[in-house]
Ligand binder design. Structure first.
Ligand code: CA
Length: 375
């Protein structure tokens, strides 16, 4: 920045201070960023070489790819002071051991989805996806500006972790089946790969929910270890090849309406970083969040067309009464989780209140707009 431009820029900042009002002050007071801990405020030239383990196969499009972008952005923004080597699932630790590995400091960072850790921290799944919960935009609003981030940080601090949202898939698809779903009867005995709270709903409906990492699903479906699977949406599901081994592709993804993927940092490692590197991680995490969502939104559009054009798969909507049953069972599942675990109760209270309020707003904003737009 030239001397004159820099003075002009500083002058603008000065005006912003003069014009500050109670309303602006409220915005500034939002405490939604990860704690800077006791990190020294000074910027040093010390370099850090970190490892990031992920739940995705190596170089997995959008997700692993996003984690690799994140590492590059951090290295570029820090002028090489923080280098992060990204490992695919199984390269350093198995995919579903990412949480433990980062918690124990085997790796300083991890990328995955918080519903994978429901067995260790039931409340974690509310930060990934809730059946009939909020969409991507609303999840981001809850996490960033509605109290979600503070709760997420409080929960993960118990595991020596600092969480950040690190991507969003947008609304997912309902899954791949080899038989039509006319009623809940058709789910009886069905072995379906489906994680999180949605999996518990399938189990309640008489099926069995299986949690497996992305790299294993195709083979399991092909060999009949599972009868059905959900994954993400047209783009990723096509790359996974499910259209070659399943006949029916159902929508909507009632179980994952805007799934947040997460970045996690070992808390002690994060707090040892100088404050500027901590900020670089926060900023790069939000950039990753947007990048992943944009990637899915644009490529889902393209791949839905591709699947339709190839005409080999029947794309079907779940019947309304099946969706209504899923909704009722989801309420029961959530109720059971919050009754057993006090932290889940606290998180769900915040989630639910936010969803109700944002729903009132969406009724006069987005819902109305979609009605007008897509008549
Ligand atoms: Ca999914």
């Amino acid at each position: 920045m030239s001397g004159i431009k820099r003075r002009q820029f500083l002058g603008t900042l000065g005006k912003a201070v003069i014009w500050s009002s109670p309303l602006l002050a409220m915005g500034c007071a939002r405490q939604n960023e990860a704690p800077s801990g006791k990190a020294p405020a000074v910027i040093t030239n010390k370099t850090f070489e970190w490892k990031m383990v992920t739940t995705w196969p190596p170089h997995f499009p959008a997700l692993g790819e996003g984690a690799e972008h994140f590492a590059r952005w951090v290295e570029d923004m820090s002028a090489g002071r923080l280098k992060i080597k990204v490992y695919g699932g199984g390269e350093l630790v198995p995919p579903l051991q990412v949480f433990d590995a980062v918690s124990q400091g085997v790796a300083e960072m991890g990328h995955g989805a918080s519903y994978y850790w429901a067995g260790k921290a039931p409340a974690a799944q509310f930060f990934a996806a809730v059946p009939f919960g909020m969409n991507a935009q609303q999840m981001h609003a809850w996490i960033d500006a509605g109290g979600g981030m503070e709760l997420w940080r409080e929960l993960y601090a118990q595991f020596n972790l600092v969480p950040f949202p690190g991507g969003n898939t947008g609304v997912q698809m309902g899954g791949w089946f080899n038989k039509e779903i006319h009623s809940l009867e058709d789910l009886k005995g069905l072995k379906m790969r489906i994680p999180g709270l949605g999996g518990k709903v399938i189990a309640k409906a008489g099926g069995s929910a299986i949690l497996s990492a992305g790299g294993e699903i195709y083979t399991n479906l092909e060999r009949g270890v599972i009868d059905a699977t959900e994954w993400i949406g047209p783009y990723h599901d096509y790359l996974m090849g499910f259209h070659r081994i399943a006949k029916y592709y159902y929508y909507p993804g009632w179980h994952e309406p805007g799934t947040v993927t997460e970045l996690i940092c070992n808390k002690a490692a994060f707090e040892q970083l100088p404050t500027d590197l901590q900020h670089i991680i926060r900023v790069a995490a939000w950039r990753l969040n947007t990048w992943v969502l944009s990637e899915f939104e644009s490529k889902n559009t393209e791949y839905l067309q591709k699947i339709l054009a190839e005409g080999k798969v029947q794309i079907k909507k779940f019947p309304d009464d099946v969706l209504e049953k899923f909704r009722q069972l989801s309420q029961e599942v959530i109720q059971e989780v919050v009754e057993k675990d006090p932290f889940s109760k606290k998180v769900y209270q915040s989630f639910h209140q936010f969803q109700q309020r944002v729903g009132e707003w969406a009724t006069v904003s987005e819902k109305m707009y979609y009605n007008v737009l897509m008549r």
